[in-house]
Design a protein around this ligand. Structure first.
Ligand code: IPM
Ligand code: MN
Length: 371
């Protein structure tokens, strides 16, 4: 298959982790005889520095003329600590999501058996947890009208949802539930918010088209508690933009590190793949950032194009790296590897996979030339 992939490394650790997923995608292309063409463009704080614009037009054009976007991370402390800043890196990502119509953000969360002691949650609580969060991505309070009063003493963010915006992401979530454990939980705040009541009404009505899916509801405050109290109860979670942002960061605790969580943002026409973590400015350039979230986002990219076997090869390689503890310091506290080495290891496993028995429990470090 021939794919043109726009690479937007962005800020902070974005470039170093994205480099690893490009490496991994090239390894997949080599092994499966695909042709992946990569083209890079700036976004976020780096784009503001070059261009004064967090999403330059040429970056947007590149995304629109590509089959998919591989996104790194966005954000810089110099903007976070300046409430007066007129342009912010995050605006680049929000505009990109809007311009590309990426209305659904899909965030799978699972507890890796090997890492279950890493989570601050008790291993027996998280063992076997496996869910996917469908977060609405182009509506709600993120995109509502924003204003600050003239005297600067009050500010407003409006949250609006239309039935169509709810329906299109809900359809995807119901369909995902049909292919999984057939359970869908809508997370909202319907006891308080009018928008949440519209979500409940709309999703309940839509549920009639998916009689095989059990639909239930949780208020966001309760869901936040249940997420760490009994995460195994969740299969597919559907929620609005802001609740999904918060809940998915919380859910990352289950996996043991936010550095493992990938995501896909999809719309009618375009698709973008990005780790759920941010730009981790303190780690920039130190080689300590975990590339796995970005690498697994690349696997989601392949799945999006029906390249399931290729995606599985990446996921297997990640499992092997976790198994052998060829991991960055967030996971391997003692004998850790740097970002680049983890990427090299994954690359090698992918290229050599046919010659290595990946199910071999005795797989040892010595078999890999890379370590
Ligand atoms: C995410 C991030 C973004 C968001 C920021 C960087 C705009 O936190 O993708 O979860 O809030 O959506
Ligand atoms: Mn977030």
């Amino acid at each position: 298959m021939k794919l043109k992939i726009a690479v937007l490394p962005g800020d902070g650790i974005g470039p170093e982790i994205t480099r690893q997923s490009v490496k991994v995608l090239k390894a997949v292309a080599e092994r499966f005889k695909h042709e992946f063409i990569f083209e890079e463009a700036p976004v976020g704080a780096v784009a503001i520095d070059i261009d004064g614009n967090p999403l330059p037009e040429y970056t947007l054009d590149l995304c629109k003329s590509s089959d998919a976007v591989l996104f790194g991370a966005i954000g810089h402390p110099k903007f976070d600590n300046d409430p007066e800043a007129k342009v912010r890196p995050e605006q680049g990502l929000l505009r990109l999501r809007k311009e590309l119509g990426l209305f659904a953000n899909i965030r799978p969360v699972k507890a890796y058996e090997k890492l279950k002691d890493l989570s601050p949650l008790r291993p027996e609580l998280i063992s076997g947890a496996d869910m996917v969060i469908y977060r609405e991505l182009t509506g709600g309070i993120y995109f509502g009208e924003k204003s600050t009063s003239e005297d600067g003493r009050s500010a407003t963010d409006v949250c609006t949802y239309h039935v169509e915006e709810i329906e299109r992401v809900a359809h995807l979530a119901f369909k995902a539930a049909q292919l999984r454990s057939k359970k869908l939980t809508l997370v909202d705040k319907a006891n308080i918010l009018e928008t949440s009541r519209l979500w409940r009404k709309t999703v309940t009505a839509l549920g009639k088209e998916y009689p095989d899916v059990a639909l239930d509801f949780l208020f966001i405050d309760n869901a936040a508690m249940q997420m760490i109290q009994y995460p195994k109860q969740f299969d597919v979670i559907l929620t609005e933009n802001m609740f999904g942002d918060i809940l998915s960061d919380e859910a990352s605790v289950i996996g043991g590190s936010i550095g493992l969580l990938a995501s896909a943002s999809v719309g009618e026409k375009y698709a973008l793949f990005e780790p759920i973590h941010g730009s981790f400015p303190q780690a920039t350039g130190k080689g300590i950032a975990n590339p796995v979230a970005s690498v697994l986002s690349a696997a989601m990219l392949l799945e999006h194009f029906g390249l399931t076997e290729e995606a599985e090869v990446i996921k297997d390689a990640v499992e092997v790296s976790l198994h052998l503890e060829v991991c960055t310091q967030d996971i391997n506290h003692v004998h850790n590897y740097n970002t680049e080495k983890v990427g090299d290891f994954l690359e090698e496993i992918i290229i050599e996979a046919e010659n290595i028995n990946l199910n071999n429990e005795n797989l040892s470090f010595g078999q890999m030339t890379i370590i």
